[in-house]
Design a protein around this ligand. Structure first.
Ligand SMILES: [Zn+2]
Ligand SMILES: [Zn+2]
Length: 551
């Protein structure tokens, strides 16, 4: 078969922000890059998180030689347990990324049986036919890498998530020299982070946040609560420094935050003196003006700590008037509405809320347009595939590539599941493999499909009407009038007239229908009826029972 062909199959992160995963194949060998999750959008009810659909690799899992993880963010690491469970191959990651992966594997009881290899930026590792060179990139978490992957078909450069920060928190800028060296060697394909492709100019350095924190800390009279992502290790370091400058101690709140901080400190990626950190219960007993609490929940998730604080339902502590809440984050596309609701509620609780739209308390970890162009110029690839972003970001990134002189036919904008093939140094877009969503709900994986999601959406939006019909078992005639029960649709008392009309409508349908599936006909017609009357379309369910002969 097509044994000597290079194939790139994106399984997540192309056409969306999140759940990054990619399969790189040569002959009978597969290398997986990243295994991320995505958090549900607010119309995905009851879903905890989403993992990539990697059925495609399961069919050829004996060919997988290894998994490389570029950095410790959830959208690159979060699905590791699900993937390793099915494909138990060695994992390669830098020290901090490995530490964060270990937390996840241990929680799943899978750490003992998993082979983890620690790599350093600047090192090379041979994985099957793939010579993988890890190079440092600056991002919003330390120890992030991009990959130079030498295959028999040519050199591939994968940027990971990156920005060109000259004053990063960890003092370790992106390895420009390596990128230029790749360019000199000749690069068959560049795949580069598109997250901020619609932001012109340069992404500000992480260093600009320090004065933003200083201004907020100087004004804060009482407790300071800072919300961010649990894996934004760089931000933890910045908060710690600001706390020290303003004579406050800090406490981490929430399991993931505490665990990540512990790992990062243990491995030397988070330099916070012991006396600056106190446990939460101790912090809560201290004078509010001496304390900074750091927690998660900046995306408006109702069950997160910030979400609970905003509703006054957090158990351990609550927001008091005069407290300062800083959201050091930016809403992920799709979450804006929920985030704004959380901010409004925090204001209602009496907090002073500071967020990135009104003060420099957050910068992106991703490259803007000028950095993207610089990446393209340094690497000077023969072919280009934008990765990590919604379709609009990928398209915009492709425009930039064209601007710097890459021929359109050498650029491929594709979404998850689209196969990209290289034969004799030429790129072509091939067929499509599954690359959709797998919903994880409680402990269940993949048992929630689009139909269930649609039903949940209808139930949440327009409610439900249950119609109960009793029939005479002998004659088949309807006994009495239909019983209607509604939940979440209209308030029954105010709608007697509507329900009377609905009953008449039901009788009409029963009269007019011969045999067939009466229940589904009533469901369909009544759904239409309710829509015409109310402009809402509740879920309609008919339950019919046969009464005993005697009645
Ligand atoms: Zn990232
Ligand atoms: Zn990412």
């Amino acid at each position: 078969m097509a044994a000597k062909q290079l194939r790139i199959v994106p399984l997540g992160g192309l056409g969306e922000v999140g759940k990054n995963m990619m399969s790189i194949e040569y002959g009978d060998n597969i290398l997986i890059v990243d295994t991320g999750i995505m958090f549900p959008e607010n119309d995905m009810l009851g879903i905890d998180y989403i993992i990539p659909d990697f059925r495609y690799i399961l069919d050829k899992k004996t060919k997988v030689r290894g998994i490389v993880i570029t950095h410790g963010h959830e959208d690159h690491t979060g699905a590791i347990r699900h993937v390793i469970d099915e494909i138990p191959v060695p994992i390669y990651a830098t020290q901090l990324t490995r530490g964060l992966l270990e937390v996840k594997l241990r929680r799943g009881g899978m750490l003992e049986n998993t082979t983890l290899n620690t790599v350093k930026a600047g090192e090379d590792v041979q994985i099957g036919p793939f010579g993988v060179e890890f190079f440092h990139v600056s991002h919003s978490i330390p120890d992030g890498v991009g990959l130079g992957i030498t295959t028999p078909a040519g050199l591939i450069v994968h940027s990971g998530d990156f920005k060109f920060d000259h004053t990063p928190v960890d003092d370790w800028p992106t390895d420009f020299a390596k990128l230029a060296e790749f360019g000199g060697r000749g690069v068959l394909l560049l795949m580069s982070d598109s997250t901020n492709a619609d932001s012109p100019g340069w992404t500000p350095s992480e260093a600009v946040i320090d004065p933003g924190f200083d201004a907020a800390f100087a004004q804060a009279k009482r407790r300071i609560i800072i919300g961010t992502f649990a894996s934004l290790i760089s931000r933890m370091a910045q908060v710690a420094k600001a706390a020290a400058r303003h004579k406050r101690v800090m406490a981490f709140v929430g399991t993931s935050m505490i665990e990540n901080a512990k790992i990062a400190r243990k491995l030397g990626y988070l330099d916070i003196p012991d006396d600056l950190i106190v446990p939460l219960d101790q912090a809560l007993k201290m004078k509010p003006s001496k304390v900074v609490l750091m927690c998660t929940g900046t995306q408006g998730e109702p069950s997160s700590i910030l979400g609970r604080l905003s509703k006054g339902t957090n158990r351990q502590f609550s927001v008091s008037p005069g407290d300062t809440v800083i959201l050091s984050s930016h809403p992920i596309p799709g979450n804006e509405e929920m985030v704004h609701r959380t901010i409004n509620r925090l204001f209602q609780q009496g907090a002073e809320v500071i967020y990135d739209a009104i003060a420099p308390v957050h910068v992106s970890g991703h490259a803007s347009q000028e950095e993207m162009k610089m990446m393209l110029q340094l690497v000077r690839p023969k072919h280009f595939v934008p990765i990590h972003g919604e379709l609009r970001h990928l398209k915009q990134h492709a425009h930039l590539a064209r601007d710097i002189g890459i021929a359109p036919k050498r650029i491929a904008v594709v979404e998850n599941g689209t196969v990209i093939e290289f034969r004799d140094g030429k790129m072509s877009v091939g067929d499509r493999v599954p690359g959709g969503y797998v919903f994880v709900d409680g402990s269940g994986v993949g048992d929630i499909g689009p139909i269930v999601m649609r039903e949940r959406e209808v139930l949440a939006r327009d409610g439900i009407v249950v119609i109960h019909l009793h029939f005479n078992r002998k004659t088949g005639a309807l006994i009495g009038s239909p019983e209607l029960v509604s939940k979440g649709f209209v308030f029954l008392k105010d709608s007697e007239e509507l329900f009377d009309q609905a009953r008449e409508k039901i009788l009409e349908v029963i009269k007019g229908s011969d045999e067939g599936d009466l229940n589904s006909k009533i469901e369909k017609d009544l759904s239409k009826f309710f829509y015409n009357k109310t402009k809402r379309r509740p879920m309609v369910i008919v339950l019919s029972s046969e009464a005993p002969k005697s009645s």
